[in-house]
Design a protein around this ligand. Structure first.
Ligand code: SF4
Length: 371
């Protein structure tokens, strides 16, 4: 990771701890200073105290949902992605069929899940009518199913090729059945980074614009960050500040970001790994990112432990570093697993992970209410 010099006046760690504990937002400089000048144990302890102020019970939530990748055809060509292909690679490209959705939804229901995480690529030809039909078809199979679908880059792409506004795109997707917008495709909200990793993907300002619009329309969402590649520490903390500012703009009654999830980029066999020398992050560095996320994001209620990419053992420790949610058992994940992370757990194992970490598991809905 590159390091950039951030001008800091002499700051007092204790004052920053008290400010964060009071629920006040730390500035970019304060966040960088705290991250750089605190011991790992100090960060974990502070994040854990904030976690218990926001979510006092000795409980950790989890969810059952299923990932469905509706297509792998994508024009974005992100350097870290082994999942996508171009439309001309006819032997590799696919679009899921209605029969496949029927089968996957039946399997999800058998396992007790009620939500699908629907993600794909930036398909060159699929406009808003494709997604309206897709959501309508899925709802005709299971009207009660929750659709946590797409992400800001896909929404911006659909709007562009449909020649309609982002607001109209979101309104039509909501009318067709969209119930929540995942925070996918954020990686690091810095155009310096995005121009290298994903030059064809909508830029940071578009990501922010789509999320703000979704929040105005009352759509709940999550925020994400994928780090550990070519970004600086300042860009990571700056990303957190941007997420917090988006949340500050949401209407009072709107759910906005319900949770934040960060994970280290998986780069095995990717173009990114061929082009750059990327040193894998240490476990402590990941846990410090969970902790600083909890500390910086004073207006986001939940932090997920991302066990799917970091593994169950580290996931359990993250529950003592600011995280209060274990995410989903995630039936069928294809994107990060195709770049090196392949952890799976069933319902019993998920609950055992949480109890082994010293917490009581509780099964939640998409909106973090108990099921
Ligand atoms: S990460 Fe998503 S947007 Fe990027 S190439 Fe892969 S499928 Fe396309």
């Amino acid at each position: 990771m590159q390091t950039h010099y951030v001008e800091t006046k002499i700051m007092d760690i204790k004052t920053l701890h008290n400010k964060a504990l009071d629920g006040s937002p730390l500035t970019l400089q304060e966040g960088v200073f705290l991250y750089t000048n605190s011991t790992a144990q100090e960060l974990f302890s502070l994040a854990n105290r904030i976690r218990f102020k926001l979510n006092p019970a000795q409980k950790v939530s989890w969810q059952i949902d299923r990932n469905v990748n509706y297509t792998n055809i994508c024009i974005s060509g992100c350097l870290f992605c082994n999942f996508h292909c171009t439309i001309s690679q006819s032997d590799k490209g696919y679009t899921a069929t209605k029969d496949e959705y029927r089968e996957k939804i039946a399997e999800l229901r058998m396992m007790g899940g009620d939500q699908i995480l629907l993600q794909g690529g930036l398909h060159p030809n699929y406009d808003i009518t494709f997604y309206e039909q897709l959501f309508t078809d899925i709802k005709s199979i299971d009207p009660e199913l929750k659709l946590n679908a797409l992400g800001p880059p896909e929404v911006a792409h659909i709007a562009r090729i449909s020649k309609i506004s982002i607001e109209e795109t979101l309104r039509r997707l909501i009318a067709a059945g969209l119930t929540s917008l995942p925070g996918a495709g954020a990686e690091i909200l810095s155009d310096r980074v995005r121009k290298v990793l994903s030059p064809a993907k909508p830029n940071s300002a578009k990501w922010v614009e789509v999320m703000k619009c979704a929040h105005r329309l009352g759509l709940g969402s999550t925020a994400t960050m994928v780090y550990g590649h070519i970004e600086t520490l300042e860009e990571r903390i700056g990303h957190l500040v941007t997420i917090r500012e988006i949340q500050d703009c949401k209407p009072k009654e709107a759910p906005g970001f319900r949770a934040f999830i960060c994970w280290p980029m998986q780069t095995e066999d990717t173009k990114l790994a061929q082009m750059f020398s990327i040193t894998p992050l240490s476990a402590v560095e990941h846990l410090k990112m969970v902790a600083i996320s909890r500390i910086m994001l004073n207006n986001i209620p939940h932090i997920q432990a991302s066990w799917l990419t970091i593994g169950p053992e580290l996931g359990k420790i993250a529950l003592h570093c600011g995280a209060d949610d274990m995410g989903s058992i995630m039936i069928e994940e294809n994107v990060v697993s195709s770049a090196g992370a392949d952890y799976r757990r069933n319902k019993e194992e998920m609950q055992k992970m949480i109890t082994d970490a010293g917490f009581e598991p509780w099964l939640r809905n998409q909106d973090y209410s108990p099921r």
